[in-house]
Design a protein around this ligand. Structure first.
Ligand code: ATP
Ligand code: MG
Length: 449
């Protein structure tokens, strides 16, 4: 018999419910993850006790989703969601059941769940309850709907994205009939909120298989949620640097970068504007002039549409804008690059460039990687030397200049930025006296012009 080790606190909740005469099981993601040796994020519990009865048994509870039968039992700082066996009524708006009703049958509750691997329950006394072949599908690495796929996806279109997301997280294949229903019904994703889509998309791209986004494309999902990507899949790149379409290059570049949300999102969108900037010269070679800028602008629009937070949007936009900028490994150029991109983002910028390079053709790859490695080393030396890289550490500021007789305003801003440019080229000149004298010379030139 398969055994699952339930953490003490979750087991305590099951016990409490059992002793009060109710049925109770851990259910869903935690059962799935335990069976394949992944550590569950959270332990959800399903029971025939009604929400009010659950609340009566535990001292601290929170009505998280009481209308849907969910009460969170608080044990110390940890919360455990306890949900009453539920039957979903008719679905409306392709996402939500119009009403839910409680039931006394565990099988009703398991039947409403999305995939066989997510529809198992476990309790230490009875062992595993697997009514739909979840164990087999786990063994065979298959994502399969509980029941009739077309019905399940019509009820809730978000499940179409969840199928690809679980497939990418687990490295599983989507069963054929399930996949065909996804292709048929992916258009319904227009009815699902941007926030929910964004959550699933992010889980998909930070998974061990971000390139399974190709399945989202094949299923017609990206056509709805990211049509810009579909255009990339159709855009060839006839240049020695590339061996893939823009879309395939994007998929490969995500695989080549760490599973960090900002980095994966940057790779997903770094070339998104390439189709719009492609030109072909007389020899038939393709060029993508200023595609960093175009991609940045499009990425910003896409990220706003997906309702991502402002900090992520800002960071990813900056990385995309500069992704194709290639300073030589020489102190002056690297200081300029550090100034433009910012010291904090610079390590990420290099990671993006490495991933981009590794997703290109082998042509000049060694040289490209060598440049990146040397720029990295150069940046470390600059950092160690403590060179000034921004206005924050420039030896003069606005008030210094005012005291020296310069008038405030736009010109002062320009003067400061000129002084910074000077210091980026001559770090040894980052000294107050020195910079004030350069400023004075500058004024003399302006006055006599
Ligand atoms: P993870 O927490 O890693 O995202 P999970 O399987 O726990 O994976 P949740 O979204 O937390 O997924 O949902 C918990 C359980 O609720 C699922 O395992 C599944 O049984 C059920 N479930 C969640 N969303 C849906 C849905 N849209 N349709 C049907 N069942 C769902
Ligand atoms: Mg979960």
């Amino acid at each position: 018999m398969m055994e699952i080790r339930i953490p003490e606190k979750a087991a305590g909740i099951l016990n409490m419910l059992h002793q009060a005469g109710f049925e109770a099981y851990v259910v869903g993601g935690c059962v799935r993850d335990s069976l394949i040796g992944r550590r569950p994020d959270d332990w959800d519990i399903t029971t025939d006790a009604l929400p009010e009865q659950v609340k009566g048994l535990f001292r601290h509870t929170v009505d998280t989703g009481i209308r849907h039968g969910t009460v969170t039992v608080m044990l110390g700082k940890e919360g455990y969601e306890v949900t009453t066996y539920r039957l979903d009524g008719e679905y409306e708006d392709f996402r939500h059941p119009a009403e839910v009703s409680f039931t006394h049958k565990l099988s009703d509750d398991l039947m409403r769940r999305d995939f066989t691997i997510n529809a198992m329950a476990y309790d230490p006394g009875q062992g595993l309850i697997d009514l739909f072949g979840g164990v087999n599908d786990l063994k065979d690495h298959v994502i399969r709907c509980v029941g009739e796929p077309r019905e399940r996806f019509t009820e809730d279109a978000l499940r179409i994205m969840r199928a690809v997301r679980f497939s990418a997280q687990l490295g599983f294949e989507i069963e054929e009939k399930t996949f065909r229903a996804m292709q048929e019904l992916s258009g319904n994703l227009v009815h699902v909120s941007a926030e929910r889509i964004c959550t699933e998309l992010m889980k998909l791209i930070v998974s061990p298989h971000p390139d399974y986004l190709a399945d989202a494309w094949k299923a017609g999902i990206t056509r709805v949620i990211l049509p810009e990507f579909d255009l990339c899949m159709e855009t060839r790149q006839n240049t020695p640097h590339h061996c893939f379409t823009v879309g395939e290059h994007i998929l490969e570049s995500m695989k080549q970068v760490r599973p960090d949300p900002v980095l994966r999102l940057t790779m997903l969108l770094h070339d998104i504007g390439k189709p719009q900037t492609r030109t072909t010269d007389e020899s038939g070679r393709d060029h993508f002039i200023m595609h960093g800028l175009k991609s940045r602008d499009m990425a910003e629009t896409i990220m706003r549409r997906l309702k991502l937070d402002n900090h992520t949007i800002r960071t990813v936009s900056t990385l995309i804008l500069w992704h194709d900028y290639r300073p030589e490994p020489e102190a002056r150029q690297v200081r300029k690059a550090l100034n433009r991109i910012g010291e904090e983002l610079f390590p990420l910028f290099l990671e993006v460039q490495r991933a981009d390079c590794l997703a290109q053709s082998a042509y000049m790859r060694a040289e490209k990687l060598e440049r990146i490695a040397r720029v990295e080393k150069c940046a470390e030396e600059i950092r160690a030397a403590g060179d000034c890289l921004s206005l924050k550490t420039l030896a003069v500021n606005g008030s210094d200049l005012k005291r020296a007789g310069f008038s405030a305003g736009k010109e002062m801003g320009m003067l400061l930025s000129e002084l910074l440019q000077h210091v980026l080229e001559h770090p040894e000149d980052n000294d107050k006296e020195k910079l004030l004298s350069i400023a004075a010379q500058r004024r003399f030139c302006l006055d006599t012009e």
